[in-house]
Design a protein. Sequence first.
Length: 190
Amino acid sequence: MFNFKEIISVTLILFSVIDVLGSIPVIVDFRRKLGHIESEKATMVAGLIMILFLFVGERLLSLFGVDVSSFAIAGAIILFLLGMEMVLGHNIFKHDDLDSNAASIVPIAFPIIAGAGTMTTLLALRSAYAIQNILVGVVVNLLFVYMVLKSSDWIGQKLGKGGIDVLRKIFGIILLAIAVKLFKSNIFVG
């Protein structure tokens, strides 16, 4: 039934791919721009996306004639653009008419939490681990994501504007590097 070792492995793998700690500057920035992010909604939508993709992801992509590598490259491009926003301080995506409902889903739930990297990882995990252990790993990560989203206002206050700006630039570069790595690892696959 449940295998504790598998659950720990899946949880740690997903934790490193989701990287919600690395997304704190993006989350704090969106909270600053919008005033509020619906933590519950973002967590629930991200969880729904991950669980649906775990079960029907490959079939859904093949229905549209898209392979996993192409999907990962598209996600890498979005992450790259978000990273450019963070590093350059210019909006690439239109944020003016976003409300907290929309921002809770795009880009918080998707692609930051449940992005292409997370989804392709779920497909890979499915081939190596039991479904019930993957589901437990997803839930554990969602609980952690929820705690970070809920406390992002407090984190933002503790860091201050200068601290957030520095973190935003640093994690923007890290996000760019993750996007490039995701792009490189999928460009010549297939």
